[in-house]
Design a protein around this ligand. Sequence first.
Ligand SMILES: C[S@@+](CC[C@H](N)C(=O)[O-])C[C@H]1O[C@@H](n2cnc3c(N)ncnc32)[C@H](O)[C@@H]1O
Length: 281
Amino acid sequence: MITGTYKKTTDTSTGILMDDFDALKRHIEQTLKIQCNNYKEDYIKRRLLSRMRSTNSTNYEEYLRYLKTNPAEYEALRNALTINVTEFFRDNDVYECLRKDVLPDLFSKRKRLRIWCAGCSTGEEPYSIAMILHDFLIQDKTLAAQIFATDIDKVVLAKAQEGIYSQKAMVKLSESQIHRHFTKLPDGTYQAKPHLKELIRFRPHDLMGGTPISRWLDLVTCRNVTIYFTENQKDDLARLFHDALVTDGYYIMGKTEYLGRQVENLFVPSNSVHKIFMKKE
Ligand SMILES: C[S@@+](CC[C@H](N)C(=O)[O-])C[C@H]1O[C@@H](n2cnc3c(N)ncnc32)[C@H](O)[C@@H]1O
């Protein structure tokens, strides 16, 4: 059980010495370049506790010592802090709206679309969008599209760029989608075909840095990322996306995410159930 000393300031929920928490946060910021204060404190603590349990550290000080003497732990900690669970066509009905409503509307106004998939993790989200886009592009050769797929975590981004997925990861794809868009490799994994990869540019990018990956964007998807951010950070991010979008551009959030009071006037709902919004000037 994780206990900790009670000599100085202690955290009432965990009983762990807080002074060491600050030292650990500073070390994380210096080494992993992750700004802990941008995240809710509870979230950081929960993620740290999970690493402390896995490394049998009983308090923050002990974990900090473990971290400094076990370089491999830095990667494990980075992964824990930037959890990157994802899947192809996560919330399928959102992708149906993208196919039936959002993309037809955007292509009716412009022939060349610019899309930002922010917090893309291992790439399943941008590849899902690319599969849908490809259907539009082969039907009308005058159409074009570019997806900027970004994440703060370079490890997941490298996986995304490689585009190789286990058989288990393919479970939500139809036989036809697998056949058209992936090549089966000798070890039983599947690699995204060049026509999908050509639609996507993967780049590292910190959403808390205050600058968009590009401007004049037609669509921004940032799904299941902001749940880790403070209310102020979420509002700033909505303003950033608003700035980066063209008028009438779309912003798609995760199903459990919402627009804060301060920023809800920047967008109009296009589909409230699926958290699809349009930029308002
Ligand atoms: C749960 S995954 C979401 C993946 C995908 N969008 C989806 O909905 O399936 C959250 C991703 O957000 C990324 N992330 C967390 N903080 C970030 C930040 N400040 N800037 C960019 N990406 C961030 C994590 O690295 C992780 O890959």
